[in-house]
Ligand binder design. Structure first.
Ligand code: PHE
Length: 338
């Protein structure tokens, strides 16, 4: 066999073996076998010096070409092997997969979105206000007298510099009235804070959805209709409602709405304080003093406002008996509501 034939043969087997190599180890062995110091091709290259000039040129050219080719094949194959996923034969493909835990919205967010959705379908726009509020928007413009007990530190969390954590979402009424002219029909969902005793139905932080509508000839009947429509849609069963006269400095007349307790069917339990009813919202006709503060003409327009708590309707609807569960965020509780 002359050298040219030898080269051809080496080339052929090397190509086959290298492309069949199924691991980096096998590939390395082949590299040593052909291209290492004592490799088959290396010895041919080394023997070239004994050949005539002419042969040297011809065979040398071929041998060098083959060496470059094999180097490249090894390089490429090495890359293929390192990016390939090696399949371990001891792996049991019939094993069930590991469960993945996906995050989801919190029950409070779910319920708040539902409440927003119901009012949006009734034509309310959504507005937003800050959690840290000034005395003006939280109290003064809403007709709270300077000595009103709600301003007491026992009820309100104050922040350095005289600001406070809003105790209700009603301040958004003022912020929006300042920006717009009637008709105004808005809901404002958000967090509120109260420095009061924590128990099964009250927590120091909770959420409200404020709603307000100002236009010509808005009546208490409109307010009642909207709130009843909301409750029937939200609770989706024969919910029993009770409109009870109440007082707020920024509405006149004012009312609170109670829902028959779902947990005890009115018999009395820790959620409803053994009263059989749970208060879920405050409402009323916007006081002319509020219109005065924002420059609306109370001879021309009237309006209603309401503030619905989010957590209590959530507890009633899902029959959860303690508001604290919504804030402790024990994952075993939270994941039951998606
Ligand atoms: N802001 C009142 C509260 O938090 C609720 C309310 C809103 C009452 C709007 C009347 C009108 O208790």
């Amino acid at each position: 066999m002359d050298i040219a034939e030898q080269l051809q043969k080496i080339g052929q087997t090397a190509r086959e073996e290298m492309s069949a190599a199924d691991s980096a180890d096998v590939l390395e062995k082949l590299r040593v076998h052909y291209l290492g110091k004592k490799g088959e091709l290396t010895s041919i290259l080394r023997g070239l010096k004994d050949l005539s000039r002419e042969e040297k040129r011809e065979v040398g050219g071929q041998a060098n070409k083959l060496k470059t080719e094999l180097d490249r094949i090894i390089e490429d194959r090495r890359e293929e092997l390192s990016s390939a996923i090696s399949i371990d034969s001891s792996f049991d493909f019939t094993l069930p997969g590991r469960p993945r835990h996906y995050g989801h919205r919190h029950l409070v967010t779910i319920v708040m979105d539902q409440i927003n959705g119901i009012f949006q379908r009734m034509g309310f726009e959504i507005a937003d206000g800050p959690d840290i509020e000034s005395d003006y928007y939280n109290f003064e413009a809403l007709n709270f007298p300077p000595d009103h007990p709600a301003r007491d530190e026992q009820d309100t969390f104050y922040v350095e510099g005289g600001s406070l954590l809003r105790t209700h979402t009603s301040g958004v009424q003022i912020r929006e009235f300042e920006k717009r002219k009637p008709p105004v029909k808005i809901i404002a969902p958000g967090k509120v804070f109260r420095n009061e005793a924590v128990n099964a139905r009250s927590y120091c932080v909770f959420h409200q959805v404020e709603g307000f509508y100002v236009d010509e000839n808005v009546t208490f009947g409109d307010l009642k209709g909207v709130l009843e429509a909301f409750c029937y849609e939200f609770f989706q069963e024969s919910v029993q409602l009770r409109f009870r006269p109440s007082f707020f400095p920024f509405t006149e007349p004012s009312a609170e709405v109670d829902v028959r307790c779902f947990l005890c069917n009115g018999k009395g339990c820790s959620l409803c304080k053994h009263e059989g009813w749970l208060e879920i919202l405050g409402c009323g006709m916007i006081d002319p003093e509020v219109f005065k503060a924002v420059g609306y003409d109370s001879d021309k327009v009237t309006g209603y406002a309401f503030g619905i708590g989010v957590e209590r309707p959530a507890l009633l609807k899902h029959r959860v008996n303690d508001i604290r569960l919504l804030f402790e965020n024990d994952i075993r509780f939270i994941k039951q509501f998606r």
